[in-house]
Write a protein that binds this ligand. Structure first.
Ligand code: PMP
Length: 394
């Protein structure tokens, strides 16, 4: 039966991780997969998460099923973290999903059910898995202009002109903050213009926020989605706890539907629950139970916010160190963009040939599209990275 299967394409980021593990060179540097590393090169369990785990170990008495929507305390806590006091809270419904990846797929399936001919517009470029997930749900995929390779900033004018031409069959997928892969985020003014265009043109905003707290702060990073949620009758959101709670392998995320009325939102949630029933049925419990406990306990929430801040400060300091070292080594200011970008990544503009050379000759691993995971860098590796960039003519 399976001999007719096509040869499966390897995921470019996950296969890079395998190649990195197999590399025996002692000076190897992993700037590939999007995980945060601390000053020791570890991806630690956050202390607030450890405390929540201890609490759960002591309290949990059953491994009975949690239900199709997952942990409802988690759902409400996450919805509040995203929407805070906006009026959209009163007309939003949320389901727990296996990571934001699960949320993306469930919401894509929901769009397909509601509007089979819808086109989902992605930023050019976008997170590597957006296109495959939307396509797997049977949706049309198109791209709006986003990244200016020259300035390394967002082509806001071109993007807004493109969005102005869209209508009610269109869904616009926007990164809430800390754009993956580019690191270039929308300005407040651009969000304000999108907030005018969406209700006027009738396209549906779909926000993917996987790095809340890694940009300018938890509330600041939700600026765009909160603004849109106030003015749009309908909106979709998926969020991830992989990075800001460090729960990567626990597969913790959510999908939220905002509708004109709470009844419609609840009905959309019921549809999401039947969609999850026929795929994985229920999301895993542990990560969401930890997040619900942290966000439901004042002291732990404060601890978690402090830990997140420390991670963020570390990335910011790496960004300035790298910018200064590269500018100095090249006697230029062409690496200024590194400190202007937000979140874990920056697109460097290096060519596939330069990236191959970095890996083969300098043991530095980066994704083929030129994305560099700055949150994976160690201070001690900065010099090696700078010398290698200069050697390949970056
Ligand atoms: N969306 C974006 C923009 C991402 O970068 C990622 C990967 N971290 C995801 C979604 C998927 O995240 P998760 O681990 O929660 O499935």
């Amino acid at each position: 039966m399976f001999e007719s299967l096509p040869v499966a394409k390897a995921d470019p980021i996950l296969s890079l991780t395998v190649a990195f593990r197999q590399d025996t060179r002692p000076n190897k540097v992993d700037l590939g997969i999007g995980v945060y590393r601390d000053a020791l090169g570890k991806t630690p369990i956050m202390k607030s998460v450890s405390a929540a785990q201890e609490y759960l170990f002591a309290q949990q008495e059953s491994k009975g099923y949690v239900g199709l929507a997952g942990n409802e305390s988690f759902n409400i806590a996450m919805q509040t973290l995203l929407l805070n006091n906006t009026n959209a809270m009163a007309r939003a419904a949320t389901i727990q999903t296996p990571g934001a990846s699960g949320g993306l797929r469930l919401l894509a399936d929901l769009i397909k059910q509601a509007k089979p001919n819808a086109t989902v517009w992605l930023s050019d470029p976008s997170y590597v898995n957006h296109h495959p997930i939307m396509e797997a749900a049977g949706l049309n995929v198109a791209y709006y202009p986003y990244f200016d390779a020259q300035t390394k900033q967002v082509k806001e004018q071109a993007m807004l002109e493109c969005l102005a031409g869209l209508g009610s069959d269109d869904v616009v997928l926007l990164h809430g903050c800390c754009h993956n892969p580019t690191g270039a985020d929308l300005s407040k003014q651009a969000w304000q213009q999108i907030a005018q265009l969406a209700p006027k043109c009738g396209f549906l905003p779909f926000i993917d926020i996987a790095y809340q707290g890694f940009g300018d702060g938890l509330d600041e990073d939700a600026y765009g989605l909160r603004l849109l949620s106030e003015v749009c009758d309908e909106m979709l959101i998926t969020a991830s706890c992989s990075k800001n709670f460090g729960l990567y392998r626990e597969r913790t995320g959510m999908a939220c539907v905002i509708s004109p009325s709470i009844e419609q939102a609840q009905n959309a949630k019921a549809n999401l629950m039947s969609l999850s029933r026929k795929t994985y049925t229920m999301p895993p419990d542990w990560g969401a139970a930890c997040v619900a406990h942290i966000l439901g306990t004042e002291r732990l929430t404060a601890n978690w916010r402090e830990e997140l801040d420390v991670m963020n400060q570390r990335i910011l300091s790496l960004r300035t160190t790298l910018r200064d070292a590269l500018n100095q080594a090249t006697n230029s200011n062409r690496f200024d963009y590194i400190a202007l970008h937000k979140g874990m990544f920056s697109v460097t503009g290096l060519t596939p040939k330069q990236i191959d050379c970095l890996r083969d000759d300098h043991a530095i691993y980066m994704v083929g599209d030129g994305r560099m995971n700055i949150a994976g860098l160690l201070e001690a590796d900065v010099q090696q990275v700078v010398e290698a960039f200069v050697a390949v003519g970056a």
